[in-house]
Design a protein around this ligand. Structure first.
Ligand code: URP
Ligand code: ZN
Ligand code: ZN
Ligand code: ZN
Length: 478
């Protein structure tokens, strides 16, 4: 088994930073040592197979993106990243694990939905991967099948209060699924937007000729995110189910989550880079020579980008500081403009929903450190340690300690990354939602289970390096 020593760097965890060397034996971290340590009298650097010099750099646990949608059939098309292309792009960006969403729809068996996702991912991933289960059709069969998922390592499921006719669950269905969550300890993940109200508003806007992408953001009003978040929290309160609200974008929804946690409820939330940086006015309302006002389609996602004038973005950053929001995932769901987003020209309702960001999450969140919004330790916590704990992987993932998988990123704070320009990213998209973003910092070296898969601008991994992560129950709940 090959041995690797990462020397001279600053090892950063969720709780502190220290100058240390990291010894990896095969796929596993063997030791975290005082710099220049001799082990049993031998000079380590001289006796290992590979030495990685991390002088002046941060050594962090590999990123964990707990919300991705590779190859998701959605909006009359399919998300453009396959498990192969999407996980490779993740690796480039310092993410070494994803949790993707397997899909069950009305009339489908949950087990079949899960099997289909295993089929898509197996042998294709560059990094390790787990699954949540979307329950898009809550019926007696689905409810009966859900507890069996725990033994399969699927310990969380997602429900939708949005998308009537697609993945939507009404309140009665939410109640029944949450009762399973209470009984099994599985984490309920919620897309909290009032879909029926939003669909009426959207139809009325289109009727009035307001068909541009901008109106996607108007139809999906923050009031209907706040309302659904509150409703989900109260049904969780009634049942005793633990709740995790995905892609939170409205400051009023954050306040609902914070109030529930203050009451002692097991209620958590994630936000995504797009809700920290991008806005209704600047992106959804964008216009270009190439696309006119349809340019905004690049940023059509749900929940939508919010108004900067209303201050949602600053509020999301603040909530990350105060732990009113616990972590950051991408909701990576890429679609090309050509032939995909274009389906919604003349009617924003037909634009496939989703933004691709998997490659940029670690860099974008590091900018929070650069600008003084979050600490270095909080960066690691939001992007790796909490995702590992929240979704039952901690110990193996999310931490640099003996016995953990050798998933490690060497991050250069003095490096620089220009995003998007001239197709410098590796996601399977014909544009970038992050075009022109300049990043202070650079992912230098990425190890996945002890193997160097990215180094010095070269991809050294292979399709199929990634293995399925059989997750346990959440380690975050109180
Ligand atoms: O716009 C989004 N978020 N697309 C992916 C599906 C979902 O709701 O997470
Ligand atoms: Zn969603
Ligand atoms: Zn999603
Ligand atoms: Zn560099």
């Amino acid at each position: 088994m090959a041995t690797t020593l990462i020397t001279g760097g600053t090892v950063v965890s969720a709780t502190g930073r220290t100058e240390a060397d990291v010894l990896i034996d095969g796929e596993t971290i063997a030791a975290v040592l005082a710099p220049g340590s001799h082990l049993l009298g031998t000079d380590l650097a001289a006796s290992v197979d590979t030495v990685i010099d991390a002088t002046g750099k941060y050594v962090i646990p590999g990123g964990i993106d707990a919300h991705t949608h590779m190859q998701l059939p959605f909006g009359g098309t399919e998300a453009s990243d396959t498990f192969e292309t999407g996980t490779r792009a993740a690796a480039w960006g310092g993410t070494t694990s994803i949790v993707d969403f397997a899909v069950q729809r009305y009339g489908e068996r949950v087990q079949d939905g899960l099997a289909a996702w295993h089929e898509k991912a197996a042998g294709n991933c560059a990094i390790d991967y787990g699954f949540h289960q979307i329950i898009g059709g809550v019926d007696a069969d689905a409810l009966a099948a859900m507890p069996g998922l725990v033994d399969e390592g699927i310990t969380s499921f997602k429900l939708f209060m949005a998308y009537p006719g697609v993945f939507y669950s009404d309140d009665a269905q939410v109640l029944k699924a949450m009762q399973v969550s209470r009984d099994t300890g599985m984490l309920t993940m919620m897309h909290a937007e009032n879909g029926p109200v939003i669909d009426v508003l959207a139809a009325q806007l289109v009727e009035e000729g307001k068909t541009d992408p901008y109106f996607h953001g108007i139809a999906r009003a923050w009031q209907m995110e706040e309302e659904a978040t509150h409703r989900a929290i109260m049904i969780a309160n009634l049942t005793g189910a633990p709740l995790y609200v995905v892609h939170v974008s409205a400051k009023q929804a954050v306040e609902q989550l914070a109030a529930a946690r203050d009451r002692g409820q097991n209620v958590y939330g994630e936000t995504c880079p797009q809700y920290l940086y991008l806005s209704l006015e600047e992106q959804l309302g964008a216009s270009s020579d190439e696309w006119g006002a349809f340019e905004g389609a690049k940023w059509v996602c749900s929940t939508p980008l919010r108004s900067r004038a209303e201050g949602h973005q600053d509020h999301m950053w603040q909530a990350l500081r105060t732990n009113d929001l616990q972590m950051v995932s991408t909701d990576h769901c890429p679609f090309c403009m050509k032939d995909q987003k274009e389906l919604g020209r003349g009617d924003f309702r037909a634009i496939p929903n989703g933004i691709g960001s998997i490659e940029h999450r670690m860099d974008l969140m590091y900018q929070g450190v650069v600008t003084g919004r979050i600490s270095l330790e909080r960066w690691v916590e939001l992007t790796s340690t909490t995702p590992a704990r929240m979704f039952g992987m901690y110990g193996r993932k999310g931490v640099i300690q003996p016995g953990a998988d050798g998933d490690i990123v060497v991050y250069d704070p003095n490096g620089h990354t220009s995003i998007g320009l001239g197709k410098t990213h590796h996601m399977n998209m014909d544009h970038s939602a992050w075009e022109g973003f300049e990043i202070d910092g650079h992912v230098d070296t990425v190890l996945s289970r002890g193997k160097v898969i990215v180094d010095d601008g070269a991809y050294l991994g292979a399709k199929g390096d990634g293995r399925f992560i059989k997750r346990g129950l959440s380690q975050y709940l109180v």
